[in-house]
Write a protein that binds this ligand. Structure first.
Ligand SMILES: [Fe+2]
Length: 185
């Protein structure tokens, strides 16, 4: 069930051309911007890779783009996990699974965060359960990889700049190769 690195390159090259739901950039641009922001911020390799791949679930599942418009939560952050667990370590995979929860956490704990979100992100927040309550936020904060997921979330939120120049996928592939825990033949 695991993807290969070649599968990921194909997804970025094909499904990555689709628009990132409700935003004016493509899925590929969004992932590259998030990874580029992480790299420039001095993030470690696993967090850069997680930032690059955090919305791979949108690329894997065709219906993801239309789910928001039809008022459904596509659960892309969870549906992609079985496809990544055989390829990358937990430090890459787990923050991806938590990046929507991190938005719900930041809404609950950081004044002004909700107001900083894009219109599409606010719309999806409602479908994703809205802001956490105080108990949920406390529990989230102590989960393994919560800090990485929150950092990823901040790159995600900023990675929606129309026309921002970033390196291409090839710039990040050596990191993915180094992180890969198994390379199927
Ligand atoms: Fe995203």
């Amino acid at each position: 069930m695991s993807l290969t690195l070649e599968n990921i390159e194909c997804l970025f090259g094909n499904a990555g051309r689709r628009l990132y739901g409700g935003e004016a950039i493509t899925q590929r641009e969004h992932g590259l911007q998030a990874a580029w922001l992480a790299e420039r911020d001095g993030a470690d390799d696993a967090l850069i890779a997680a930032s690059l791949l955090h919305d791979l679930g949108h690329m894997l599942f065709e219906q993801a783009d239309s789910a928001l418009a039809s008022g459904e939560d596509d659960l892309h952050q969870y549906r992609v996990l079985p496809f990544l667990r055989g390829l990358f370590p937990a430090a890459v995979v787990e923050p991806i699974g938590l990046h929507v929860e991190a938005k719900r956490y930041l809404c609950a704990t950081e004044p002004g965060y909700l107001e900083s979100l894009s219109e599409a992100s606010v719309m999806s927040l409602a479908l994703q359960g809205g802001s956490m309550d105080a108990d949920m936020a406390r529990q989230f904060a102590v989960r393994p990889y919560a800090a990485a997921a929150i950092a990823l979330r901040r790159y995600d939120d900023q990675a929606k700049v129309v026309g921002l120049a970033t390196p291409g996928l090839e710039h990040f592939m050596p990191r993915l190769r180094a992180l890969a825990i198994s390379v199927p033949v």
